[in-house]
Design a protein around this ligand. Sequence first.
Ligand SMILES: [Zn+2]
Ligand SMILES: [Zn+2]
Length: 274
Amino acid sequence: MIGQHEELIVRELELGTGAAIEVAVDQRGLRAGMQIWFGDLGPRNGPVAEMRPHGLKSHKVQLSFGNFSGAVINQIKEATHEDRQLARALVGSMESNVKIEVPGQSLEDWSVNDGNFRMDAQIRHETRSDTELMIEKTCRDVVVPMMGAMAELIGYDVIDEDETEDEPPVEGAFRPSVVNRRERNPRNRLLCIRLHGEICSACGLDPYERYGENGKIIEVHHLEPLSSLASPKPYDPVTDLVPLCPNCHRVAHSRRPLPWSISEVRSMLGMTND
Ligand SMILES: [Zn+2]
Ligand SMILES: [Zn+2]
């Protein structure tokens, strides 16, 4: 029964999206489902994901907007190009065992235009494992990127804009604030790790293998050379973000303003680039 797993679902989703999540068991239909929404907005004023078991090893997740979502949808329409790209990349990062569709729109350039917006997903678990495991995977692989995408479009309250004490301002006129912001953005981190895994792209360190469960140390590095920020190219979180361990990250930024490339760091380590 999905209804017995409220706590697990809230925990997974809050961890994954960085937003406050609330849920309620939904008894409509043959099998109980779970309704999931942002605590700040409530179920009527924003997006609601409905997660429901389907067959023995499948879940369906449908995202729609509550009846009083006008204000939030107007806010979404103001989202920057970068926010939209991030939202689409989050949805696009779902694995091949997830069928996802935005009715009437393409997955490459969907947008939320009005309250009728819907997103439908179905995840098929390879083996029928216990309910708890399947729910956890559905949360991680479908609901987190889906709700994360919505959070991205709606916008988070900015809390750590000037948290730069461990990285003193660069001398001179040029300060790579755009890059810093991207590297520090927790959702960029989520996306980077979803797409590339938590292994250092330069030295190959797998921190969880080395340090056990305390290995949550991977940092996000933004690849776009600073020099090109003068004439910005479209930001692509899929290709522009790479995971680096703290050592390699520091080495990469030891050259300023243009960081050493990943292959240059690998060469310093005597590793080949092929
Ligand atoms: Zn490394
Ligand atoms: Zn970096």
